[in-house]
Design a protein around this ligand. Sequence first.
Ligand code: SAH
Length: 397
Amino acid sequence: MEKGYVVIRKRGADRIRRGHLWVYRSDVVDNNDASPGSIVAVRDERGAVLGKAFFSSKSQISLRLLTRNDAPAVSIDERFFQQRIAEADRLRERLDVDPLLSRRIYSEGDLFPGLIVDRYNDRLVVQSLIQATDVLQPVVTNILQERYRPRSILFRNDSKVRELEGLELKQEVIGEPLPETIVVNEDGKEIAIALASGQKTGSYLDQRDNHRAARRYARGQALDAFSYAGGFAVQIADRCESVEAVDLSAAAVAKASENAERNGLKNIQCIEANAFDFLRERHREGRRYDIIILDPPAFAKNKESLEGALRGYKEINNRAMRLLRSGGILITCSCSHHVSEALFAEMLADAAKDAGCWTRVLERRTQSADHPILLTVPETLYLKCFVLEILGDSILT
Ligand code: SAH
């Protein structure tokens, strides 16, 4: 499958040697007319081979490394990718990840750049995000069919990031046609998921471990803000007196209600509202909660929007802190890659200062274990989740 080689500058080579997988276009000296989405050898200007990579003709990221092995005998063929997928399976087995409801391939985190594979029982939802994974679609389809024997594979190639690669946005089903929703079992709760029309690949598998963690703190009056299909609400409700699940999207609220009903959870109230307004309104009413979950979408889409994003995060976190009873729990998340954990913690400290409370960090969490993080590829870590105990004066005097 490989063809040709690309020469890169020292800066790019150093980055690869430090363990990153990406080479930016500005670090490419000569791409030797490599074809879009091909697999190429990567060389530095002295001719030393650094490994083999996916080449992209359109993206700012020209190369994504697949292997550091420079032996010419290591060929990148169907077997190579089969092994990558087998390795990803082995990792998940060791981590005791649910085989029927999990991310099986997490792009760079599984050393398979550009490919996302989520499994929902006997259906797979795949995202191909770069040129090379589009070229490899038949190969990937073969491997996945052989390995998981799914009833259908849905290629949800409708993610906006494909535009950066010059790829069209589309969906394609292989195998049986898909029903509008399927029902999966998440830790004993039945959750209906719209694979083709839902957000992401239908659900937020990256929050599953945090849904589970939230159960430990659940009690009293709960608020699940930015609730989508009720991921947190459904998991905590049987330990709470009441749960309000708030989302701006009518479709999400309908799904959350359906999921609450399906599990016989009568104490969940699903509310269609802007969470910013909702928090303000509840504050004005003098309402109090024992646990609040904040799981907003990425406010910082790029570096330019960082400042505004931090203001947004601070506002909702400040409001939530003031709405909690002393000793209450705030589970607060950010999935903005541009907001580092340190920056997130700093923002939370600012919010606490304005709220006049102390906050104790009970847990610092991240995305679920089936979204593995490469230490030297910081982009693989995007989800921050703090579990905070809010300490007002009453608990301390
Ligand atoms: N907590 C969910 C995932 C949340 S994703 C889970 O664990 O499954 C973020 C959600 O925020 C989306 O459903 C989106 O519709 C919603 N959203 C975006 N802006 C919002 C706003 N201003 N107010 C309320 N919800 C909002």
